[in-house]
Design a protein. Structure first.
Length: 285
């Protein structure tokens, strides 16, 4: 049995686009881990990296069985149309308020204390991330500082049956620049996001294709979300950015990738891939 102090944090590198951080909130799949009948308050199952895998394994975290462990009845992430929602970005459930009465939390995803201007050693070097500091902490963040964090996003599919969710009907609806960084992260919701069908919608944060049940509140919109297109890297290379509804980034997998970038470059949820920060108000048809 794992104890509260035996916090497991995976720090193997999978590239700068993703930190090893999950978005923890009621409504997520495998919140309790993947052992039937066990509420594992020290789980990091949803955090473990997806890298070099076939789509049959990385899609919806099927490799670890997360798609088979839905949230408890009644648990769903609320998305207030025109408002915002907050999740906890952490390396392990134990480092959130969803475990151990929050006693192992801090402002940061690892539950430790760090300076407000936390950064990799100076002078800057592309080969030195946060864990190059003397305390060796921050390796799971894969960044040099807050500004260098590649951004995070949530996508939505208007399907309550997850077997009907595809990359084409799963559209990014909100982006938060310079994240993951602090534990608490607040995302903006488009005012025109329409209500979900009975049974709710399916949502996914960009962190390793997590699965979430979600629902939109306070909406009378009759608009529909357009089919999502694959994003492209468009940072001064002559390639036009994709506008409108865009798919989540699938990259560095054995198959099923929807993004290609030149060697030494990394895709992220930011302007380099055509995303402006905040609610994505151009996703409707």
């Amino acid at each position: 049995m794992k104890t509260a102090t035996a916090i497991l944090v995976t720090i193997a590198s999978a590239g700068h686009v993703q930190a090893h951080v999950a978005a923890w909130v009621k409504g997520m799949y495998c919140l309790n881990g993947t052992t039937p009948g066990v509420d594992d308050q020290n789980t990091n199952t949803a955090v473990n990296p997806l890298f070099g895998k076939p789509k049959s394994e990385w899609w919806m975290q099927h490799d670890r069985g997360c798609d088979q462990f839905p949230p408890d009845d009644g648990d769903s992430l609320e998305l207030p149309a025109g408002g915002s929602f907050t999740v906890e970005l952490a390396h392990n459930r134990a480092q959130t308020t969803l475990s151990f009465n929050g006693q192992f939390t801090s402002e940061w995803p690892d539950g430790n204390q760090h300076p407000e201007d936390w950064h990799s050693p100076l002078p800057p070097s592309p080969d030195k991330c946060l864990d190059a500091n003397p305390d060796n902490l921050g390796g799971a963040m894969h960044t040099h500082n807050e500004t260098d964090s590649a951004g995070s996003a949530f996508a939505i599919s208007y399907n309550s049956d997850i077997s009907k969710v595809t990359m084409d009907n799963l559209a990014v609806f909100t982006v938060l620049e310079h994240t993951p960084w602090k534990r608490l992260a607040t995302y903006q919701v488009p005012a025109d996001l329409p209500p979900c069908p009975d049974g709710g919608c399916y949502c996914a944060p960009n962190m390793y294709m997590q699965n979430l049940r979600c629902h939109v509140t306070g909406s009378t919109s009759t608009k529909t979300v357009a089919p999502a297109q694959a994003p492209v890297y468009c940072d001064g290379n002559g390639t036009p950015c994709v506008s409108g509804a865009k798919q989540m980034i699938a990259w560095n997998q054995a198959d099923g990738n929807n993004v290609e970038v030149a060697s030494g470059l990394y895709p992220g949820y930011n302007a380099k891939m055509g995303w402006a920060p905040g609610a994505q108000n151009d996703i409707f048809q």
